[in-house]
Design a protein around this ligand. Structure first.
Ligand code: HEM
Length: 293
């Protein structure tokens, strides 16, 4: 029986390393993928596959579409597709590096490592802005229902679709904002995480309130803060059974419906954006049967 990649549903690990691979000149993509399927346990190593890879293998996973390059007043969302996305979950940065190097070796020469990002859990689960992240995530069966394709799509049951965006915070700008303004940007109080009922329509949690969409737009967010030298932000990661709920939220964040742009953009911007399909597990390895592999 197929099961989800366990790392999708588990709590965040203390540390993580994200890898993005793009196609390289070499051949043997299918062999590389088979090798990856054997070493990825789905728990400490979560894998997503991009559209370019599936096209190269002449397969179509229904619903895996290109990341939308949306724009709103003064904001642009880049689309930066990749062939393979790997979320290495762990505790020790040295061990994560070793695992990353092993995966890089087995994916060469068909794929080239395009990006590496180190991430971590900050202050018990806060974004670098200091706000608790994940409060309104579905839990238990609701998390599975939101994130994992069920029996209604038998050929894809146990798999998931993931949206990934690297957001870069302008921490200096954020620090200049008065604390009350910061709370109104998010729509929750940093002090006690209480929702602010009379926050403006631009407040992030008003823009994205999952139950306010028709149909409701539930996703399972598994985002982690990242830093690189003096820069930092949030690696936003949302798993779902399709990209529709994420895209509905994103469209509202950039104001496509009503022209109101999410106040988050006052201090943070996305630098990347990509969609991947995360295969299910079968007999301890990634199930690549939907790819006829
Ligand atoms: C730097 C980028 C972002 C930051 C710092 C951020 C931060 C937060 C925070 C602090 C909350 C409130 C607590 C919670 O329920 O988790 C929240 C809620 C939420 N965010 Fe974000 N977020 C970011 C980007 C996004 C993006 C790109 C999306 C989707 C397109 C999104 C979707 C959501 C959703 C669905 C909720 C819960 C809303 C509800 O149902 O109450 N966030 N976010």
């Amino acid at each position: 029986m197929n099961t989800p990649q366990a790392g999708i549903l588990l709590p965040l690990p203390p540390r993580a390393r994200y890898l993005s691979f793009v196609p390289d000149a070499g051949e043997g993509a299918a062999d590389c993928l088979q090798a990856l399927a054997k070493v990825a346990d789905g728990e400490r190593t979560v894998v997503g596959l991009g559209r370019s890879l599936l096209s190269a293998l002449a397969v179509d996973i229904g619903g895996l579409r290109p990341f939308p390059s949306l724009a709103g007043a003064g904001v642009e969302l880049p689309a930066t597709p990749a062939a393979i996305w790997v979320w290495l979950r762990g505790e020790d940065r040295g061990e994560l590096l070793q695992r990353a190097r092993r995966i890089e070796r087995l994916l060469a020469p068909a794929f080239r490592l395009a990006e590496t990002l180190d991430a971590f859990v900050h202050d018990g689960g806060r974004d670098l802005s200091g706000y608790e992240d994940g409060t309104e995530n579905p839990v238990g069966d609701a998390a599975t229902a939101a994130a994992i394709v069920g029996a209604e799509r038998p050929s894809l049951a146990g798999s998931s679709f993931v949206a990934v965006q690297r957001w870069l915070h302008d921490l200096a700008r954020f620090e200049q904002m008065p604390p009350d303004d910061r709370d109104l940007c998010i729509g929750r109080r940093r002090r006690d995480n209480e929702e602010i009922d009379d926050a403006p329509e631009s407040a992030h949690v008003k823009r994205t309130a999952q139950e306010s969409f028709t149909p409701p737009a539930f996703v399972l967010r598994r985002s982690m803060p990242w830093t690189e030298g003096p820069r930092g932000g949030l690696l936003f990661v949302a798993f779902a059974t399709s990209f529709d709920p994420f895209e509905a939220q994103l469209r509202r964040m950039v104001g496509i419906e009503d022209g109101i742009v999410d106040a988050l953009f006052r201090f943070t911007r996305p630098q990347s954006g990509a969609y991947f399909w995360c295969p299910a597990m079968r007999a301890g390895r990634l199930d690549l049967s939907p790819l006829r592999l």
